[in-house]
Design a binder for this molecule. Structure first.
Ligand SMILES: C[S@@+](CC[C@H](N)C(=O)[O-])C[C@H]1O[C@@H](n2cnc3c(N)ncnc32)[C@H](O)[C@@H]1O
Length: 253
């Protein structure tokens, strides 16, 4: 678990948005276990996670591949957020994975070393958007390898308000599947985040800041934080809840 309930964890407003999140995507542990099984991570695999955040899924992927045998599984997480990467290093240390996982501060678009399993979850924008990301991933996965691609898509046709928040980037899920096929990917697995995963993702994203607000009502920043939280919650329940989806695809080629 990384969504700790340590009351001191939200004393810093800068990190409060993510401190209650297990990972920065709508995903239950059960769903993550399924995706990792479908990725079929073999011992000795090299796993790359582009836009890894604090790398919770990467750490679980490396553990799933096994680090005890003669050829240990290894992981590399790439992100531009130094604080998230540091959180990842600390998590790795608590799981005795420091020797197996490296966290690198780098623009994902400049990464060139291929891997056996590549994760890109909620991070297609780091490679220029959905289609450029799918092209880049084809160069970054070794022959016979697999990719876990998690990308926002429309479960239902978006209202103009929802399209205004998420722009032109998200595709209807059927169009996204067509794009995958036309770019030479085979879909080995497809699932979408369900409502409870979305509600938990949205709630944990706000939870640290909500706790901070309750603990610091007289802070000069409190008014701005309250307004932002209220607007984000209204947008979620009023504009895109049940419309925006997150598709998880295990891909081969
Ligand atoms: C929605 S989060 C997903 C994080 C992670 N994949 C997960 O599932 O928890 C997107 C991540 O992309 C990172 N990011 C944004 N621009 C980037 C870039 N150019 N290169 C690498 N990472 C970037 C952010 O710092 C953030 O951690």
């Amino acid at each position: 678990m990384t969504d700790s309930d340590d009351p001191d964890a939200v004393s810093d407003l800068d990190t409060a948005s993510t401190v209650r999140m297990r990972w920065n995507t709508p995903l239950s542990q059960e769903h993550a276990d399924l995706l990792l099984r479908r990725l079929d991570i073999r011992p000795g695999s090299r796993i790359l996670d582009l836009g890894c955040g604090w790398g919770e899924l990467l750490l679980q992927a490396v553990a799933a591949g096994g680090t005890e045998g003669p050829v240990p599984t290894t992981g590399i997480g790439v992100d531009t957020c130094a604080a998230d990467l540091q959180r990842g290093r600390e998590l790795a240390a608590t799981r005795s994975l420091s020797g197996h996982v490296r966290f690198v501060e780098q623009d994902a678009a400049t990464w060139r070393e291929p891997a056996d399993r590549v994760l890109c979850v909620g991070a297609s924008h780091t490679l220029g958007g959905t289609v450029p990301a799918l092209k880049a991933l084809a160069e970054l996965v070794r022959p016979g390898g697999r990719v876990l691609f998690g990308d926002a898509c429309w479960e239902r046709p978006p209202t103009p308000e929802a399209a205004a928040i998420f722009g032109e980037e998200a595709l209807p899920i059927a169009d996204l599947v067509e794009q995958l096929r036309s770019l030479g990917w085979r879909v080995l697995h497809l699932s979408t985040a369900d409502q409870r995963e979305w509600d938990d993702f949205e709630s944990t994203w706000r939870a640290g800041r909500q706790e901070w607000l309750l603990a610091h009502p007289d802070d000069p920043r409190a008014g701005e934080v309250r307004e932002k939280l209220d607007a984000q919650l209204s947008d979620y329940v009023g504009v895109y809840r049940g419309i925006l989806s997150l598709g998880y695809f295990v891909l081969g080629r």
